[in-house]
Structures are given as structure tokens and as C-alpha cells.
Design a protein around this ligand. Structure first.
Ligand code: HEC
Length: 300
């Protein structure tokens, strides 16, 4: 008898657990349904894909097999870099002597380098010392190391400019990347940087939370906002050559300059490539004719 009562009690307990579990399951289902609805409306729950907007394709003087750098543009870009970006971004791999590529004379490059103070040493007594820059120096970095740069910029360190124009690009997706092979599109980096620099100033959509200390930019590759405040504004930098002093023009110029910094020998590379391709085509035609001549007398 006692055993019966016990088993009844166990059954009752099991029932109770069962109902509780069912209840919980029903609640869970309701929750996921609500989430699905929210996702369908484009709200909370959807995984966003960055960048929120694709960069516009610009026409660059250095695009295509006959591409070349516009020296006037590079000189303006250097001015933008020096007066604005260089206070946060380093360019460690670029030596100032290479600025002769931009059309400056040796004397001008010497004077340019001398405006900087660089650390050198150790001297005879083992001390580091400072001296004016010389053309063989690389561009001095604004911060002693990336950690110091991050600490001064809300936790994100401004990336080095040396190779940035070739290190960034927005994925093109199928089938565009197939067409790119034939159109020889290779300006994903410059297009991205130009879009990023001109992409500030919009209100973030209501469903996107912007972290404090970051700035909304729908073109940023890694999120809805980045730690770089909008660096450019109209009339910020004076252009001696009469080019428009607008954010649009500054962005193009500094982007072209960054492309030159990342690939200073691009023009020679493209010129050599073109000659090689022409040679290979002529050579293939000649091989074909020679083959026909050599085998002409041989019966099948
Ligand atoms: C006040 C400091 C500051 C100035 C001035 C500045 N930047 Fe930045 N920049 C940053 C920081 C910080 C980041 C990193 C942002 C992040 O990862 O959230 C950054 C990132 C970038 C990136 C990389 C974005 C990516 O995809 O990772 C580019 C390109 C860039 N800056 C270009 C420029 C250009 C061009 C200028 C000059 C016109 C400039 N910056 C001026 C602080 C600055």
C-alpha cells in the first residue's frame, strides 16, 4: 500500500514537471516567432552585412593598362596628408627621397625633409638625439607605437598609410568579380577610401546603435561607425594650383597619393606588362606560322 502511494506521488510530480516544460517550450516558440517577425521587418535580430553601402566607382588617372599618376594631384594629396592625416596616421615605409617621383627637385625634397625633426642615435655617449630630417629618412610617425596611437584615439589605432590603398577593398560579389577580370578593374582600394572620406555626415538609421566615440559612416568595412572623426571639411587646406577646395577633391587627391605610396612603381609595372602581352601575342602568331612551315611536307 505504502508503495502505491509513493508511486502515485512520483507520477503526480512527473506530470507537474511535464506541464512546466510544455509551458516553457510554448513560451520559447512565441519568442522566436516574434524575433522572426522583427527580422523580417529589418529590425533587431537580422545580421547586418558591412559595409552598409558599396563604394561608387570613380575614374582614376592610374586605372587601366595605360594608367599613369597625375603629378599635380599627387602633390595636392601630399599636402592633404601632411596637413591633416599625418597628425594621426603614420606612413612608415615611405622614404622622403621618393618624393622626387611627384615632380619635386632634390633641393625641394631636402627642404621638405628638413621641416621634420627625427630621432637618431645612439651617439658616442649612447644617447638618442634629435636632428632635422634628411631625404633618406622615412616619414616620421605621429605616435611612438600603435598602443600610444590607440590610447589617443579612443582605443582604435589609425592604420599605417604605406600600403593601405592596396590593403582595403570591398568585396565585389558574383558576377561582378568575373567581369572585373575583363574590364581590368583594380581600383577597389582607392574607391573604398574615397567613399569612406566622403561618406560622413548622415544620420544613422534609427535601428542602428552607434557606440559612443564613433562616427556613423555607411561605407566603413567593419561596422556601422568608426573611431575616426570626419577628417576633412571644405576649404580646410589651401591649394596653390586653383583646384577646388572641397571635401570631394581633397578625398580624391589624398586617395591618389595613398595609391602612389602603396605602389610607386605601378606605371612602370603596367608599361612592362603591356609590352610583354604584345610580345607574347606576336610570338604566338610566329610560332603558329613556323609550325605550319615545318610540318608542311609531312603527309598525315
Ligand atoms: C584624429 C585622428 C585622425 C585623423 C586626422 C585621420 N584619421 Fe583616419 N583613422 C583614424 C582612426 C582612429 C582610424 C581607425 C578607425 C577604426 O578602426 O575605428 C582611422 C582609420 C582610417 C582608415 C581605415 C578605415 C578602415 O577600413 O579600416 C582610412 C582609409 C583613413 N583613416 C584615412 C584617413 C585620411 C585619408 C585622413 C586625412 C584626410 C585621415 N584618415 C585622418 C584617425 C584619424
Amino acid at each position: 500500500m505504502a508503495q502505491d502511494a509513493q508511486s502515485e506521488a512520483v507520477e503526480a510530480q512527473a506530470d507537474a514537471i511535464g506541464t512546466a516544460a510544455e509551458g516553457a517550450a510554448a513560451e520559447g516558440a512565441a519568442e522566436t516567432e516574434a524575433e522572426h517577425e522583427a527580422a523580417a521587418e529589418g529590425g533587431h535580430g537580422e545580421t547586418p552585412h558591412y559595409p552598409l553601402r558599396k563604394p561608387e566607382e570613380m575614374s582614376w588617372s592610374f586605372a587601366g593598362p595605360f594608367g599613369h599618376y597625375d603629378l599635380g594631384q599627387l602633390q595636392r594629396g601630399l599636402k592633404v596628408y601632411k596637413e591633416v592625416c599625418a597628425s594621426c596616421h603614420s606612413m612608415n615605409l615611405v622614404a622622403m627621397r621618393t618624393l622626387t617621383d611627384l615632380g619635386y627637385s632634390d633641393a625641394q625634397v631636402k627642404a621638405f625633409a628638413a621641416e621634420y625633426t627625427v630621432q637618431d642615435g645612439p651617439d658616442d655617449s649612447g644617447e638618442m638625439f634629435e636632428r632635422p630630417g634628411i631625404p633618406s629618412d622615412h616619414f616620421p610617425a605621429p605616435f611612438p607605437n600603435p598602443a600610444a596611437a590607440a590610447a589617443a584615439n579612443g582605443g582604435a589605432h589609425p592604420p599605417d598609410f604605406s600600403l593601405l590603398a592596396k590593403a582595403r577593398a570591398v568585396e565585389r560579389g558574383f558576377p561582378t568579380f568575373v567581369f572585373d577580370i575583363f574590364t581590368q578593374y583594380a581600383e577597389g582600394g582607392p574607391d573604398y577610401i574615397h567613399a569612406l572620406l566622403t561618406g560622413y555626415g548622415e544620420e544613422a538609421p534609427a535601428d542602428i546603435t552607434i557606440q559612443p566615440g564613433t562616427y556613423y559612416n555607411p561605407y566603413f568595412l567593419s561596422g556601422p561607425a568608426l573611431a575616426m572623426p570626419p577628417p576633412l571639411s571644405d576649404d580646410l587646406i589651401e591649394y596653390p594650383d586653383g583646384a577646388p577646395q572641397t571635401v570631394e577633391q581633397y578625398s580624391r587627391d589624398v586617395t591618389a597619393f595613398m595609391m602612389w605610396a602603396a605602389e610607386p612603381h605601378m606605371v612602370e609595372r603596367k608599361a612592362t606588362g603591356l609590352i610583354v602581352m604584345v610580345f607574347l601575342i606576336i610570338f604566338a602568331a610566329m610560332l603558329f606560322l613556323v609550325k605550319r612551315r615545318v610540318w608542311a611536307g609531312t603527309p598525315h
